[in-house]
Design a binder for this molecule. Structure first.
Ligand SMILES: CCCCCCCC/C=C\CCCCCCCCCCCCCC(=O)SCCNC(=O)CCNC(=O)[C@H](O)C(C)(C)COP(=O)(O)OP(=O)(O)OC[C@H]1O[C@@H](n2cnc3c(N)ncnc32)[C@H](O)[C@@H]1OP(=O)(O)O
Ligand code: FAD
Length: 687
């Protein structure tokens, strides 16, 4: 029946004020209002329809994305949307597009790595989208190892130009040769970008100065054809239907392409008219600055993708009933459920379902808050860099790299878990989960492979441990290393399950585990005469130490959030329970590490599990309200299983009827392939 809210009973159970929680989730009342307005604008505009994506052939899919992006840009300019509103529009349109790379990497690269003069030339063009850019760093043979890139930019003092060249190029015209060492992967490159920031080894006077960024025009502004010396195209279909195939990830070869000298991005280093290489007093690492910016954005996006999957799985788990009986009779599986409920059991009431779902719900909130904090850290480091204070850059790099790795791994795994939590129906495209997984999972690889990034964190940790006792006091997220002596000796004081609700106790447990794992790695490293050899040999342990450090950051930022004034009936109490689920589920999952480092005893680990179960019971009646607090429209969720009213079954049935295979009762191909087969069997059966 239209208009019935099948989840109304669930919503009535909530013990907190959902409207207040919506504001906590959004970050502020203002942010909530902007998001609410823009999400409705998108949801109500048929131009942004997306349910057909998994069915569209690639060419149509891509053209459709071009149409949506052009339409979105028209809205942005006609409605004079602010940057915040435009960014929300991109978010709710929910379709990877070349615009992500233009705004998310090309523009930030211009801002971070160009001189003021260069910015004043290029930024106005990019802001008006009169040029469209991408970030062309990764090559066919080199992604993680940026220092190993092989494209060259050789200065020609005769003409005051750089000659950009993809080496070991045996053919510039076709992709069939094996020795083409081209640029490979950049989003927006394949079919759209007019310009690219290309990373290449700078060569002056025969000397290699390492990797630098250059602005290269790729296509004619008249007819969009590649300029001389440039071969460019799409790299082909990627994982999943729809999903990331809306993006034109590209391949590029540059055959002695000439660009003016002032198209080298010269904030970090310069080449003079005479061909002299000069370095500014800013650190070389700023060449990697765009990656720091995007990793921070990716952390903020992780909570969005995970919350979307969790919202679908939570709502469906409340709708779906399995076992029990219509009247609570003898088929009911266990006495516990028979006592608590009459009728069929909602799958959300199974403790196993809660044990898989609620930690993901808690992670979505945890990532939201750590994402907010990381945005603050990034803003802070940017302001410092502007006045040549580079002191916090290593920490910003470690935090963005580590949290990008931690949150994207957990989110990709979490989306897949949500699919399984929805049983068979989770496997249908109309659940929204297959496409969400396919579109999200490359986040574990792009912008830095997650293991490679954790190894960067481990280097930062080992450097910090080696400096203990040198008088240099660790600060920020690594400040706990300053108390390492205490953390190595201390023992957990938990005696009752409720003691695990004490924030300072929890913080010390996570600090002690992280510190002990780092110190143990450092001790093992010191046994190697060659530190690089030791680092390679111990890299699996180092990755675990890095994960422990990153989890500590997330836990501590969630606990910090709870120290703030949080208005709204019951909101803080619920967030305390959610936070408890986050850290206790981590403690349970990694209890081997907490036990092996001897900070906790097996008894204390068991008490943590008792407390965790109690928190599941506290959160259970609030589960639907907690996911309603994300304030997602049905359009954004793109899932029948997650629809707001919970009216799942009729919608599944209707959607199945609309599948193209059901356009005819007898399928195409019957006459060619089925009928002869069936006839032949009939014939032989008669024999
Ligand atoms: C639909 C219509 C909508 C229209 C709407 C329009 C409006 C839209 C508005 C807004 C939109 C915003 C959109 C934003 C969304 C963004 C989406 C992005 C999608 C992402 C796509 C993916 C892109 C990519 O993948 S780009 C390629 C990324 N590549 C990598 O990440 C490579 C990984 N490798 C590395 O990072 C490094 O090479 C390394 C870290 C592995 C280096 O290793 P190394 O050991 O060789 O070290 P080095 O010698 O290079 O460095 C030593 C030194 O430097 C320090 N270091 C390293 N990295 C950094 C860094 N990044 N920052 C600072 N410091 C760094 C390192 O620690 C060492 O320091 P020491 O002190 O120890 O020497
Ligand atoms: C969807 C998508 C979009 C992308 N968009 C862009 C873009 O716009 N611009 C751009 O320039 N690039 C882009 N990329 C490329 C991306 O940044 C790289 O793929 C990524 O950095 C990983 O590098 P790689 O492919 O070389 O992986 P590899 O480094 O080859 O990784 C292969 C395996 O080796 C392991 N490994 C590698 N090095 C080490 C090490 N030192 N120690 C231990 N293990 C190691 C990794 O963990 C991984 O398991 C994109 C990639 C994807 C998938």
């Amino acid at each position: 029946m239209a208009g019935v809210d099948y989840l109304a009973d669930e919503r009535n159970k909530a013990e907190f004020d959902v409207d207040s929680m919506k504001i906590v989730w959004a970050g502020s009342r203002h942010t909530f209002e902007v998001a609410d307005r823009i999400s409705k604008l998108v949801a109500n505009d048929p131009a942004f329809r997306k349910d057909d994506r998994p069915m569209l052939p690639r060419k149509e899919l891509f053209k459709n994305t071009l149409r949506k992006a052009a339409y979105a840009w028209k809205l942005i300019t006609e409605l004079r949307l602010s940057e915040e509103e435009a960014s929300k529009l991109r978010f709710f349109v929910d379709e990877p597009a070349y615009t992500d790379l233009h705004w998310g990497m090309f523009v930030p690269a211009l801002k971070g790595q160009c001189t003021d003069e260069q910015q004043s030339k290029w930024l106005p063009l990019a802001y008006k989208m009169q040029i469209i850019g991408c970030y062309a760093q990764t090559e066919l043979g080199h992604g993680s190892n940026v220092q190993g890139l092989e494209t060259t930019a050789t200065f020609d003092p005769q003409t005051d130009e750089f000659v950009i060249h993809s080496p070991t190029l045996t053919s510039s015209k076709c992709y069939h040769t094996v020795e083409v060492l081209c640029t490979w992967w950049p989003g927006g490159l394949g079919k759209v970008s007019t310009h690219a920031v290309v990373y290449a080894r700078l060569i002056t006077d025969g000397k290699d100065h390492g990797v630098h960024g250059f602005i290269v025009q790729l296509r004619s502004m008249e007819d969009h054809k590649p300029l001389p010396g440039i071969t460019v195209g799409d790299i082909g279909m990627k994982f999943g239907n729809g999903a990331y195939n809306t993006m034109d990830n590209g391949v590029l070869t540059l055959d002695h392409v000439r660009i003016p000298r002032d198209q080298m991005m010269m904030r970090v280093s310069q080449v003079t008219r005479e061909g002299k290489y000069k370095q500014s007093d800013v650190p070389r690492q700023l060449v990697y600055g765009t990656m720091v910016y995007v990793r921070q954005k990716i952390v903020a996006d992780a909570s969005c993708a995970l919350s979307k999957a969790v919202c679908i799985a939570t709502r469906y788990s409340a709708v779906r009933r399995q076992f029990g009986s219509q009247n609570g009779g003898p088929e009911t599986q266990s006495a516990h459920y028979r006592k608590s409920y009459t009728g069929l059991i909602q799958v959300i009431d199974y403790k196993t379902q809660q044990n898989r779902l609620f930690p993901l719900l808690a992670s979505a909130y945890a990532f939201r808050f750590v994402g907010e904090w990381l945005k603050w850290l990034y803003t802070d480091v940017t302001q410092r860099l502007a006045v040549n204070d580079f002191s916090t850059l290593p920490e910003a790099h470690a935090c963005t790299a580590g949290l990008k790795s931690l949150t994207t791994t957990a989110t990709a795994d979490g989306i897949e878990e949500c699919r399984k939590l929805c049983g068979g129906h989770g496997y249908l495209c109309t659940s929204g989960l297959p496409e969400l997984f396919a579109v999200y999972v490359p986040a574990c690889t792009y912008e830095g492979d997650n293991i490679v990034l954790l190894l960067q964190v481990a280097r930062f940790l080992m450097k910090t441990v080696s400096q203990i006792g040198s008088g240099k006091q660790p600060v920020g997220t690594i400040a706990y290393m300053g108390r390492v002596e205490h953390l190595l000796k201390s023992r957990c004081s938990v005696q009752r399950a409720e003691d695990w609700l004490n924030p300072s106790q929890v913080l010390e447990a996570f600090e002690a585990r992280a510190a002990r794992m780092s110190v143990s790695c450092a001790q093992n490293l010191s046994k190697f005469s060659n530190p690089e050899e030791g680092f390679a040999e111990l890299s699996a342990d180092l990755v675990e130490a890095a994960v422990a450090h990153c989890q500590l950051i997330v836990v501590s930022k969630f606990l910090d959030k709870l120290q703030q004034d949080i208005p709204g009936k019951g909101v803080k109490q619920l967030l305390q329970a959610v936070c408890g689920i986050y850290y206790l589920s981590l403690l349970h999952k990694h209890q081997g590490e907490f036990l092996a480092t001897s900070y906790i005893t097996p008894k204390q680990a068991a008490l943590a599990s008792d407390q965790l179960r109690a928190l599941y019971s506290k959160v259970r009646p609030n589960a639907i309200a907690l996911v309603d607090s994300f304030n997602y429209t049905d359009h954004f969720l793109g899932s029948i299983l997650g629809c707001y009213d919970g009216n799942v079954y009729p919608k599944l049935y209707e959607a199945a009827k609309k599948d193209p295979l059901n356009d005819t009762v007898v399928p195409d191909g019957y006459h060619e392939y089925l009928k002869p087969l069936l006839k032949q069997q009939l014939h032989s059966a008669k024999l």
